[in-house]
Write a protein that binds this ligand. Structure first.
Ligand SMILES: [Ca+2]
Length: 108
């Protein structure tokens, strides 16, 4: 995250945050919470990704219970191939899932 953005989010008070700002802050908080589990605190390991999917996206990703599916998903998330999912890779996943849900909702 850029220094400017970092400054911006750390000076927002909860009372004045809009829903979108809150959602963005929650994304960061969720990533940080799970990334702190093991190894680097700036990235998610495969085990951390699995825990995050199971706890935070149980409805969307029932397949996360299948180890093969987690492997597949992890590989598709890890764009730069370093076996860790960093924040930008995590955000891409959330954005992709959000788009998938949005499309599904609008094609009724
Ligand atoms: Ca990576």
């Amino acid at each position: 995250m850029s220094a400017d953005l970092f400054f911006f989010f750390h000076h927002l008070s909860k009372a004045t945050m809009t829903q979108l700002e809150t959602a963005m802050a929650m994304l960061m908080k969720t990533f940080d919470t799970y990334a702190a589990g093991e190894g680097s605190k700036d990235t998610l390991s495969k085990a951390e990704v699995k825990t995050l999917l199971e706890k935070e996206l149980p409805g969307l990703l029932k397949s996360a219970k299948n180890p093969g599916e987690v492997d597949k998903l992890f590989k598709s998330l890890d764009f730069n191939g370093d076996s860790e999912v960093d924040f930008s890779e995590f955000v891409v996943m959330v954005a992709a899932l959000t788009c998938a849900c949005h499309d599904r909702g609008s094609k009724k």
